[in-house]
Design a protein around this ligand. Structure first.
Ligand code: XMP
Length: 327
């Protein structure tokens, strides 16, 4: 399966019927490739790894072990949703690792964005490798590689981010069941596999998670402010018909405080920046025009519900000159 390529004449998967046909064919191919052997999957809860998990659960059930590493930088409710959907609803063999303290301890005092990314990436591999070593008889590693990943790595645009990275003592054969699909097709297949809409239609979320939305040295206090304000923003966008319409939206809590008033007394607290952008390829982006009444409502909710925040700002800057994320 490793070198399977997307046929030039492949019909784009846009309907439940086409998705069902793809699923049936993949289940057959997966059973043939895997036989009675065991498969390991790092399940982040993102669209690609979730669809790979759901496909493998259908094909080989408990021969699949999923490892969900919570690095402490996930959005509110995400680890809980992974456990609910995969362990409780789909009866997956799921190992949940709460590595929050490990990641946040390593990141303490680290201000450089690329160093933060490197620490998060390396620590993730370490945690995953430790879990993998505890398991016996794993032959395969499943990955959520998709067709644009292959094209981009072939064209030298970016290193294929899913490929390997595990220490040499952990050498697995690869299983990549969505490798010939484009992202929109992965979503259609995910829906046909019964994954919840919120998981299938998830907006892009960076690997280093909320860590890059807490610019500079990450503290638990600011991380909580990012997580809580992001949850309010997502809830309000969903209620107001903006979920699925706006490409990416999130909050950032920069590392500075400003004065304000709380319960009639002077406060000195964080501010929350709201970012909401539209793009097709993330190379350039325009800013969403959030209706002012919604903006006022967001300000009211965030300043009253998120501890340690007294100010809310909206980022009107397109890409370029700004990037989408702050780090
Ligand atoms: P920028 O900030 O470069 O973001 O305009 C473009 C898109 O890429 C996402 N992004 C990342 N995704 N790891 C990821 O997996 C990262 O380190 C990373 N940095 C940015 C960003 O969310 C946006 O969708």
């Amino acid at each position: 399966m490793i070198d399977v390529r997307r046929p030039d004449n492949m019909v784009r998967i846009t309907t439940p019927e086409l998705a069902e046909a793809f699923i049936a064919e993949q289940i057959r191919a997966l059973r043939e490739q895997i036989g009675d052997k065991k498969v390991l999957l790092a399940l982040s809860g993102g669209v690609d790894s979730s669809v790979v998990a759901a496909l493998l659960i259908r094909a080989i059930g408990h021969q699949l072990t999923c490892v969900h590493v919570n690095h402490g930088l996930l959005r509110k409710g995400e680890p809980e949703q992974v456990i609910e959907v995969f362990r409780n609803q789909m009866d997956a063999n799921l190992i949940y690792v709460d590595a929050t303290d490990r990641f946040l301890d390593k990141l303490a005092g680290v201000t450089d964005p690329e160093t933060k990314r490197k620490i998060i990436g390396e620590e993730f591999i370490d945690v995953f490798a430790e879990e993998a070593r505890k398991l016996d008889g794993i032959t395969f590693l499943a990955q959520g590689t998709i067709w644009p990943d292959i094209l981009e790595s072939e064209h030298g645009i970016k290193a294929h981010h899913n490929a390997g990275g595990l220490p040499d003592d952990l050498s697995f054969e690869l299983v990549e069941p969505v490798r010939i699909l484009f992202k929109d097709e992965v979503r259609v297949v995910g829906k046909a596999l019964g994954l919840p809409d919120g998981m299938v239609n998830r907006q892009p979320f960076p690997g280093p998670g909320l860590g890059v939305r807490c610019p500079g040295a990450i503290t638990r206090e600011r991380l909580t402010a990012v997580r809580e304000s992001d949850a309010i923003l997502r809830e309000e966008f969903a209620k107001n018909g903006l979920e699925g319409k706006v490409w990416q939206y999130f909050t950032v809590v920069p590392d500075f405080k400003s004065t304000g008033i709380h319960d009639g007394k002077r406060s000195f607290d964080w501010c929350v920046i709201i970012r909401a952008v539209n793009t097709t390829d993330a190379m350039t982006a325009t800013v969403e025009e959030i209706p002012f009444p919604l903006m006022h409502h967001l300000v009211k909710r965030i300043t009253s519900e998120v501890p340690g925040v007294n100010r809310v700002l909206y980022d009107f800057t397109p890409k370029p000159s700004a990037t989408i994320e702050y780090e």
